[in-house]
Design a protein around this ligand. Structure first.
Ligand SMILES: NC(=O)C1=CN([C@@H]2O[C@H](COP(=O)(O)OP(=O)(O)OC[C@H]3O[C@@H](n4cnc5c(N)ncnc54)[C@H](OP(=O)(O)O)[C@@H]3O)[C@@H](O)[C@H]2O)C=CC1
Ligand SMILES: O=C1O[C@H](COP(=O)(O)O)[C@@H](O)[C@H](O)[C@H]1O
Length: 517
C-alpha cells in the first residue's frame, strides 16, 4: 500500500459482479468498510452490486451492514457510520449473459457519476465464477461501459485459467477490452502484511541482504498448511487440487519474493521484472523427474481438536475414489548465480495439524565447530518469516546456555508484527491499491503464464499416474511421510514454526518445536 494522502484519492464507481456472493460478503464489503472508516477512499464513491437474484437496494444495504458486522476484523463502534457506508451501495439484478442488461447497467453507472460528480473512474470487480470472466469483459466493451474519460480497472479473482492454454485464452479475451496495466489479478497472499514485508526485510537490512545467497543460505522452506478441509468447495476444488489452488499462485509468489533480485525502483514494473526473472530461472521438472521432486497427498479420516473428521473422499461433492491431491510438497531449484544449489522446499495441504504460513531461511553452519549443543551438535541459524496466523519474525541464533560452561543453546529473537495493532486484512490493502492504481501487489500476466508453465508438466505427470503416487495422510497430521522423506534424503527435516529444537526465551528453555515437525 503506498503512502498517498487521502486528498489525492480519486472518486470512483465500483461495479461489483457477484455483489452478494460469498467473497463479497466475507471479504470485499468488510474490506471496503475498513477503508471507508479510516478515510482511505474518497467520500464520493458508489458501489453497484450485481447478481441474478431479484433484490431491492434497501435489502442489499441490509446485507452490506450484516456482512460488516459479521466479518469486519473489529467490532463496529458507530452504527450511524455503518448506515452511511451502506448508502453508498445499490443493487441491480443482471444476468451476465444478458447483453441488453448491460445497457441498463451503463445508464445506472452514468446516473451515479452525474449525481455524485464522479469523473468516469470505473472499477470493475469480478467476484463471480471464473468461467464468466471472459464474457463479462466482452460485454463491458460491447455496451460502452469500458470506454471512459477517467480510468477503468478490472479486478479479477483467481483462478486465472486451469492451465497455460486456458489462462492464455482468458487473457487474450480480457485484453480485447483492458490493457495489461488496467488488469488487477488478485492473489490475496500479496495483500498479506508479512508477505509484503519479505522485500523490506531483505532490501532494508544489510545484515540479511549480504547473506541472501547460496554462500550463506543452506536451503529455504515455505509452508502453507491449513486445518480446514475442502468445506463446501468440492465443485471447484475436486477438479483443481492443491497444486493449482495454492502452488501455482500463492506459493510461487512467495518463492519469487524470497528469491528476486533487488528492483531498481519501488515501481510495479521494476518489481514484476525481477519476479519474472525468478520464474524464468525456476527449473521445470520433466515428467520423469516429477516423482523424485514432488509429493502429492490426500487426507483420510482422522481427528482434529479431538473431534473425528471425514476423509477427503467422503466429503460432500467429492467424486467417488477421487485422485485429487489435497497436499503438495516439492523441491524446487532456481538456476541462477544467487541460488545455484540451494533447494527451496515447499509444502501446502488441507486438514493438517495446524494453520501455519511461514518462510524459513536456514543458514549454513559456521566453518569450524568450536561449540556444541547438548546433542554434540550445533543448531542452524534460522530466520522465520511468520505470515499467518501469527505475523512476525523470529531469528534463531546460538548462545551460551545460562550457567553452563561451553554448552550452547539456540535462542529465538522474536518480533511480533500485529501485537500492538491489528493488521489490515489482505483485501483491504489490495482494494485500496486497486483504487489508487498501484499494481505492485497484483500479478502480472507474465507471472501467471510462467507459473502455469512450471505447474502444467507436474499436473500432466500426475494425471497420467494411477493412485500409486498419491500418498495418503491422516487428517490432523503434518502430511504424508513421503514429504518428510523428500527432505530426509537431503539430510533435512521440516521446521515447524521454525523451531527445530529447544529454544531459550529470556532464561526459560522451552521445548516448543520438539516433535512437531
Ligand atoms: N469465496 C472465497 O473465499 C473466494 C472466492 N474466490 C473467487 O471469487 C469468485 C466468487 O466466488 P464466491 O463469492 O465464493 O462465489 P459465490 O457463488 O458465493 O458468489 C458468486 C455470485 O455470482 C452471482 N452469479 C452467478 N452466476 C451469475 C450470472 N450468470 N449472472 C450474474 N451473477 C451471477 C451469484 O449471484 P446470483 O445467484 O444472485 O446470480 C453469486 O452471488 C470466484 O471466482 C472464486 O474463485 C477467490 C478466493 C476466495
Ligand atoms: O486461495 C486460497 O487460499 C486459501 C488459504 O488462504 P489463507 O489466507 O487462509 O492462507 C485456501 O483455503 C483456499 O483453498 C485457496 O483457494
Amino acid at each position: 500500500m503506498s503512502n498517498l494522502k487521502t486528498s489525492q484519492l480519486d472518486p470512483f464507481v465500483m461495479i461489483l459482479f457477484g455483489g452478494a456472493g460469498d467473497l463479497a460478503r466475507r471479504k470485499l464489503i468488510p474490506a471496503l468498510y475498513g477503508l471507508y472508516r479510516n478515510g482511505l477512499i474518497h467520500e464520493r464513491f458508489s458501489v453497484i452490486g450485481l447478481g441474478r437474484s431479484p433484490r431491492e437496494t434497501e435489502d442489499y444495504r441490509q446485507i452490506i451492514m450484516e456482512s460488516v458486522e459479521k466479518h469486519f476484523r473489529l467490532p463496529v463502534e458507530h452504527r450511524g457510520e455503518l448506515e452511511a457506508f451502506s448508502r453508498h451501495f445499490e443493487y441491480i439484478s443482471l444476468d451476465v449473459h444478458d447483453r441488453e442488461g448491460y445497457h441498463r447497467l451503463k445508464e445506472r453507472v452514468e446516473d451515479r457519476e452525474r449525481g455524485l460528480g464522479i469523473p468516469e473512474n470505473r472499477l470493475f470487480y469480478l467476484a463471480i465464477a471464473p468461467g464468466l470472466f471472459g464474457e463479462v469483459s466482452f460485454h463491458l466493451r460491447d455496451c460502452g461501459l469500458a470506454r471512459t474519460h477517467g480510468w477503468k480497472r478490472l479486478v479479477i479473482e483467481k483462478p486465472f485459467g486451469h492451465d497455460y492454454p486456458s489462462a492464455k485464452e482468458l487473457n487474450d479475451r480480457i485484453r480485447e477490452t483492458f490493457q495489461e496495466d488496467e488488469i488487477y489479478r488478485i492473489d490475496h497472499y500479496l495483500g498479506k502484511e508479512m508477505v509484503q514485508n519479505i522485500q523490506v526485510i531483505r532490501f532494508a537490512n544489510t545484515l540479511f541482504e549480504n547473506m541472501w545467497n547460496n554462500r550463506y543460505i543452506d536451503h529455504v522452506q515455505i509452508t502453507a498448511s491449513e486445518v480446514v478441509g475442502v468445506e463446501d468447495r468440492a465443485g471447484y476444488y475436486d477438479g483443481a487440487g492443491a497444486l493449482r489452488d495454492m502452488v501455482q499462485n500463492h506459493i510461487l509468489q512467495m518463492v519469487m519474493l524470497v528469491a528476486m533480485e533487488p528492483p531498481s525502483r519501488l515501481k510495479p514494473e521494476a518489481i514484476h521484472d525481477e519476479k519474472i526473472k525468478v520464474l524464468r530461472s525456476l527449473r521445470r521438472w520433466k515428467e520423469e523427474e516429477v516423482n523424485r521432486n514432488m509429493v502429492r497427498g490426500q487426507y483420510t479420516g482422522g481427528f482434529q481438536n479431538g473431534k473425528p473428521v471425514l476423509g477427503y473422499r467422503e466429503e460432500d461433492g467429492v467424486r467417488e475414489g477421487s485422485h485429487n491431491e489435497t497436499f503438495v510438497a516439492g523441491r524446487l531449484y532456481i538456476d541462477n548465480f544467487r541460488w545455484s544449489g540451494v533447494p527451496f522446499y515447499i509444502r501446502t495441504g488441507k486438514r493438517m495439524n495446524q494453520k501455519t504460513t511461514e518462510v524459513v531461511i536456514q543458514f549454513k553452519g559456521v566453518p569450524g565447530q568450536l561449540y556444541f549443543n547438548k546433542d554434540n551438535n550445533l543448531d542452524p541459524n534460522l530466520l522465520v518469516i511468520k505470515i499467518n496466523p501469527e505475523e512476525g519474525l523470529s531469528l534463531q541464533i546460538n548462545a551460551k546456555k545460562p550457567g553452563a560452561e561451553n554448552e550452547v543453546v539456540p535462542i529465538a529473537m522474536d518480533f511480533c508484527h500485529d501485537c500492538e495493532e491489528s493488521s489490515p486484512e489482505a483485501y483491504e490493502s489490495l482494494l485500496r491499491d486497486a483504487v489508487e492504481g498501484d499494481r505492485t501487489y497484483f500479478t502480472h500476466w507474465d507471472e501467471v503464464s510462467l507459473a502455469w508453465k512450471f505447474v502444467d508438466p507436474i499436473r500432466k505427470a500426475w494425471d497420467q499416474q494411477t493412485d500409486s503416487t498419491l500418498c495418503f495422510y491422516e487428517a490432523g497430521t503434518t502430511g504424508p511421510k513421503e514429504a518428510d522423506a523428500l527432505l530426509a534424503r537431503d539430510g533435512y527435516r521440516w521446521h515447524s514454526s521454525g523451531l527445530s529444537t529447544s529454544v531459550v526465551r529470556g532464561n526459560q528453555i522451552t521445548e516448543e518445536g520438539k516433535g512437531k515437525s
